[in-house]
Design a protein around this ligand. Structure first.
Ligand code: NAD
Length: 435
């Protein structure tokens, strides 16, 4: 099938490449010229395991192409996926749909025969109705269907998630569009994934409802972790004991820093905004947002409890700064709240992250990137394990730090408090107060 992806970011690039790997002819479009030129040279703009190999393979096979020329790509495609960003608006917390509507206008100008226009971007309920209106207003006679097919892939696991999703949600009442979409996804749903056809608005809602639910799960376990710290209970045991109940499930039930990333923070806020517009009080989601914001301050307070009020000239090492492992994405990472705060208080910050140096941290005073874990940890006062990259899972802290009296604050509960205690390392985790 001939398809095109408008927007070659995480979602557009990963899903475009994966569709091409399934034998489709895919054109990835972006209005960022440098990004497209780089992709043509094999330079991948994001860190995502396995993506480089898949891009090279399918580009060489001529199933995958990159362009800034939207016109031809639209004219030649049967299915057009809108994969542009929908960031939170600065003032109102709602999803900014300007890129989506730009794409809709460009499609409207170039539509030449029947097309399926798919929103893969996360968009508030009724957005597809608006896209349809835009395209119809410029094309009285042309036939097309606007449908919703939200994307559930996770950064860091994106390729696996694309090929083996729990479900593929397609929102349309058009039999023709549904048939075509089902055939496009056939190699995936033939394995073990459920294809779920629902209404267009239903599909739009499912995406936000899912993200808000997962954010709720994380905030729930994070708040319970606070109670565990006061009652000498290990939150890891609580997560395990709860998660074994299939009605609850173990995933997204690991206590840690505030949730971040490109989706949960903006999607929870956008969902509340939509609900408010319809005069519905989503009090649970509102409190999740609040709880997550509070958590950022709470962990900063904990850092003070651990190393004292005056942290001037204290050496603090961050192991991992991204919001999760296996991605270079810094959007809404909790390190972006912690590092500037600690630097302002006079701490000397060193960090290592397997996805490399972060430009966003360059402007902050006394912050230094280290290529090696050992140089980031050398003679440090406090190690903060912020992101659970595999690289940080079996470290010999004493060998790395090479001084006495350092502290490890393991925000991902990777290490055993008992072992740390035996090794005479001052150790703190999240929701565990053994030491
Ligand atoms: P992104 O910022 O990484 O990529 C968006 C791309 O769209 C950019 O490369 C931008 O240059 C391009 N673009 C913007 N306007 C354009 C236009 N008019 N023509 C061509 N290209 C244009 O965003 P992302 O993380 O891929 O997210 C895209 C959407 O998917 C969002 O709605 C997001 O909420 C949703 N989503 C993201 C993830 C994720 O893990 N990142 C997962 C599921 C869903």
């Amino acid at each position: 099938m001939k398809i095109c992806m408008i927007g070659t970011g995480y979602v557009g690039l990963v899903s475009g490449v994966c569709f091409s790997d399934l034998g489709n002819s895919v054109v990835c479009i972006d209005n960022n010229k440098t990004k497209i030129e780089n992709l043509k040279k094999g330079v991948i703009p994001i860190y995502e395991p396995g993506l480089q190999e898949l891009v090279t393979k399918n580009y060489k096979a001529n199933r995958l192409n990159f362009t800034t020329d939207l016109k031809d790509a639209i004219k030649n495609s049967a299915v057009i996926f809108i994969c542009v960003g929908t960031p939170a608006k600065k003032k109102s917390n709602t999803a900014d749909l300007k890129y989506v509507f730009q794409a809709a206008n460009l499609i409207a100008k170039n539509i030449n025969k029947y097309k399926i226009i798919v929103t893969k971007s996360t968009v508030p309920v009724t957005t597809c109705d608006k896209i349809e209106k835009i395209i119809k207003s410029k094309n009285k006679k042309k036939k097309f269907d606007v449908i919703s097919n939200p994307e559930f892939l996770r950064e860091g696991e994106a390729i696996r998630d694309f090929f083996y999703p729990d479900r593929v949600v397609v929102g349309t009442k058009s039999k023709k569009a549904n048939k075509i979409m089902k055939s496009l996804y056939l190699p995936i749903i033939k394995k073990d994934s459920r294809y779920f056809n629902t209404s267009r608005r239903g599909a739009e809602m499912i995406k936000y409802a899912s993200n808000a639910f997962l954010a709720t799960k994380i905030s729930y376990i994070n708040e319970l972790a606070n109670l565990c710290e006061k009652t000498s209970v290990d939150i890891k045991d609580v997560s395990m004991g709860m998660g074994l109940d299939q009605r609850i499930g173990e995933r997204f039930l690991r206590a840690g820093p505030a949730y971040g990333g490109s989706c949960f923070p903006k999607d929870t806020r956008a969902l509340v905004y939509t609900a408010d517009k319809f005069k519905i009080n989503l009090s649970i989601v509102k409190n999740v947002i609040k709880s997550n914001e509070n958590r950022k301050n709470l962990l900063l307070q904990k850092i003070h409890n651990i190393i004292g009020k005056n942290i001037k000239k204290k050496k603090i090492t961050f192991l991992g700064v991204t919001f999760k492992p296996n991605t270079d994405d810094m959007r809404e990472a909790s390190s972006l709240k912690m590092i500037p705060y600690l630097s302002k208080k006079g701490a000397l910050i060193n960090y290592n992250d397997p996805s490399g140096k972060k430009n966003i941290l360059d402007k902050i005073k006394n912050v230094k990137f280290h290529k090696n874990i050992s140089s980031a940890c050398y003679k440090t006062d406090l190690i903060i394990i912020h992101t659970e990259w595999n690289d940080f899972k079996s470290l010999n802290f004493k060998n790395l730090v090479k001084k006495k009296n350092f502290i490890v604050y393991d925000m991902r509960n990777i290490y055993s408090p008992e072992k740390m205690f035996k090794n005479k390392i001052k150790y703190f985790g999240i929701g565990r107060s053994l030491v």
